[in-house]
Design a protein around this ligand. Structure first.
Ligand SMILES: Cc1ncc(COP(=O)(O)O)c(C=O)c1O
Length: 305
């Protein structure tokens, strides 16, 4: 099985999809993307695309910020994604990476007077952070502010901020970094949202603290409320609350729900994977495979393979 792409409005093997070295977005980060999972249910032998419309809605928001007009509706984007997976023939979890970009081959930093293009890549993808306990540090890098590059869009250039934090964490022996905002409040991981359990409730940073409004974040808030009767408080979080929380975990399409067991060399709770996190992981696993009919609006099943 080969990784496959939609490129220049055609389906082709990924190895044949090439951009020129002068492409604007390659030089200036002027692109935005999504990360969507196609979850392979081996028992039922079918793919479930999870909240694919929500991913494309968010991508179109990023396009608005970057002044990229895409010639596709959300429905058409979903259809192209389905066709790409069908053509690729995978029978395992896949990651779908749509990318809208400034495609003009020209020098000059700006957003205006440039051509746009769009591509989608599909490739196999196991869990990103693992589901065992994650050891984190607070990053010495601060999260980019909305007045610098808006985190509301998955804008390529912003991921330099993430890459700096991730590699710093990794080189210092941690699994992941936790960003603080410029004024010292907890924001998110390098590619995940963060939740804490404090006094039995879920607490997560608000959108105004420069987070990506994660689709997994929203899923977890709804599952916690509907299935476990646990409320989520969206509020500013101080750094020291990381050390005192009963539990902590990351959420993301790539990371799923990844328990945090240590921050800055301090165990979270008793240093084991938390009770609420474990319950949410179980619920989440079922839901992303499309097995909970209550959430049928979140699922797109692939009809044929
Ligand atoms: C910076 C950042 N925060 C949070 C997330 C989690 O978002 P989602 O759950 O929609 O994948 C991601 C992943 O897309 C991310 O890149």
């Amino acid at each position: 099985m080969l990784p496959y792409a939609l490129f220049h409005k055609q389906f082709m093997p990924l190895s044949e999809a090439k951009i020129g070295i002068l492409t604007h977005s390659f030089h200036y980060g002027t692109a935005c993307f999504e990360g969507i999972r196609g979850n392979w249910d081996a028992e039922r032998e079918k793919f479930c695309l999870f909240r694919v419309e929500d991913h494309y809605k968010r991508m179109l928001n990023g396009c608005r910020i970057l002044k990229i007009n895409l010639p596709y509706s959300i429905d058409e984007l979903c259809q192209l994604t389905i066709e790409l997976i069908e053509r690729s023939g995978y029978h395992e979890d896949v990651y779908i990476r749509p990318l809208a970009y400034k495609s003009s081959e020209t020098i000059g930093v700006r957003l205006h007077d440039l051509e746009n293009d769009f591509l989608i890549i599909v490739t196999p993808f196991p869990p990103y952070l693992g589901t065992k306990g994650i050891r984190c540090c607070t990053s010495s890098w601060r999260r980019v502010d909305d007045t610098m590059i808006p985190a509301r869009g998955k804008i390529c250039g912003i991921y330099v901020n993430s890459a700096l934090a991730k590699t710093e964490a990794w080189e210092n022996g941690f699994d992941e970094a936790i960003f603080l905002t410029h004024d010292g409040h907890v924001s998110e991981g390098s590619g995940e949202n963060i939740f804490l359990v404090i006094n039995g409730k879920l607490v997560t940073p608000p959108s105004s603290d420069n987070i990506l409004l994660g689709i997994t974040r929203d899923t977890v808030i709804k599952l916690a409320k509907n299935e476990l009767d646990i409320d989520t408080v969206e509020r500013r979080i101080d750094r020291s609350e990381l050390y005192l929380a009963e539990e902590g975990f990351f959420t993301g399409t790539a990371a799923h729900i990844a328990p945090i067991v240590e921050v800055d060399h301090r165990p979270i709770g008793n240093g084991d994977i938390g009770r609420i996190c474990t319950k949410l992981q179980k619920l989440f696993k079922r839901v992303i495979l499309g097995r909970n009919p209550k959430y049928s609006g979140w699922y797109t099943f692939l009809a044929k393979l």
